[in-house]
Design a protein around this ligand. Structure first.
Ligand code: NAI
Ligand code: MG
Length: 353
């Protein structure tokens, strides 16, 4: 029997609630498909930061390095600035483990209350490939003349040839396994150094994939297209910032943030990858037990796929679809009255069926 060692970081707010449900469902899948999941829990969070001054211990990265994968809830909570929670945990993990692909599959699920719920699942199925290690989320820059009339802030973006090439190539390779269409999110009319560089590399890589249909689209127009003509979109590749924004939008038009999973993937598998919901810790509903656990459970299916347990991943996905389709157990964001644990348990039971 294969046993996988998984680092579990529930984090803050609803991260804790949805993580418990994901573990419940994944454990049932493991039992049914006869593999082991050995969980190790880490209390790395804003609460820990307030006690110790650090989101994770100094050797946090080394502690995680030996695990097969990481499943993360969400981090961030009022009282700790968001840049502290992000740069104190998430970004160091993504960078240290070279998780340069942020993969965000988007698919219309039954039971959704989204504006595009009347589309078919065929029309609304896409995947956002977000660059996850450089780009606009950089530490370069600074602030000067604080508090003076001449105060200013300068933030630099970093686009490297290696970084852009590998994410674009990943998107093309992925498109080959899907419908064979890639669209690149750009803004080379307004951002005149980095974005033309991005476009040039996109065009170069496109030449290596003659069977894949490629096009580029400005981020603003692409955002509109995602809502108006989602059937024209399959694989989207974008920089760190553009990919982040587009994937929240894609989540919103398909089922809401409560349904959108993501993977921070190290394609070479030299390091653990990290799976998480797209959403954050949702302080507005934290502690109420009403968060939708589906996004985190689907993040779990991505983890199972990455582990090579494709059959188990499919079974969990099907269980989610079955439960959502009946509409009997739904959290408030889906128009129901169920709790996080009730929806998680219903899905776990459907896995076992
Ligand atoms: P958020 O995703 O936490 O919440 C946005 C809205 O969506 C809220 O109204 C929330 O109630 C709702 N929502 C989110 N997930 C839901 C779920 N599973 N079920 C039902 N409703 C759900 O984003 P927000 O408010 O911008 O950020 C809150 C905190 O989370 C911040 O500290 C932020 O930095 C952090 N954050 C962390 C992320 C991570 O750990 N990867 C990602 C995004 C935000
Ligand atoms: Mg986001």
């Amino acid at each position: 029997m294969n046993t996988y060692r998984i680092a579990s970081i529930p984090g803050d707010g609803i991260g804790v609630d949805v993580q418990a449900e994901a573990r419940k469902v994944l454990d049932r899948a493991a039992r049914r498909f006869e593999f082991g999941l050995e969980w190790t829990e880490f209390d790395w969070s804003c609460e820990r930061y307030l006690e110790t001054g650090r989101m994770m211990p100094e050797d946090g990265i080394e502690q995680l390095a030996g695990f097969d994968q990481i499943l993360l809830g969400a981090v961030g909570f009022p009282g700790v600035p968001d840049h502290v929670s992000l740069w104190g945990l998430l970004i160091p993990v993504r960078r240290a483990f070279s998780q340069y692909v942020n993969l965000r599959p988007v698919r219309l699920l039954p039971g959704t209350t989204s504006v595009l719920r009347d589309r078919t699942a065929d029309e609304l199925e896409m995947v956002i490939v977000r660059e996850n290690s450089e780009g606009e989320y950089s530490e370069l820059g600074g602030r000067q003349n604080r508090g003076l009339p001449g105060e200013f802030a300068l933030q630099e973006s970093v686009f490297t040839r290696v970084g852009v090439e590998r994410i674009v190539r990943y998107a093309f390779e992925l498109a080959q396994t899907r419908t064979g269409r890639v669209v690149s999110a750009t803004k080379s009319n307004g951002i005149i150094h980095t974005m033309p560089f991005w476009d040039e590399i996109f065009a170069e890589v496109a030449e290596e994939f003659p069977t894949v249909h490629s096009e580029q689209c400005h981020i603003d127009a692409l955002a509109a297209r995602m809502v108006q003509q989602p059937e024209r979109i399959d694989v989207v590749v974008g920089s760190n910032l553009f990919g982040d924004i587009l994937s929240d939008l894609a989540a919103a038009v398909t089922g809401g943030l409560g349904m959108a999973p993501s993977g921070n993937i190290n394609p070479a598998r030299e390091h653990p990858s990290m799976f998480e919901a797209v959403h954050g810790s949702a302080p507005d509903i934290a502690g109420q037990g009403i968060a939708n656990p589906v996004a985190q459970i689907l993040a779990g299916t991505m983890m199972l796929e990455h582990l090579g347990e494709a059959e188990a991943a499919r079974a969990v996905y099907t269980a989610v679809e079955q439960v959502l389709a009946t509409g009997e157990v739904a959290t408030p964001d889906l128009g129901g009255k169920a709790t996080t644990a009730e929806l998680g348990s219903a899905i776990a039971d459907a896995v076992q069926a």
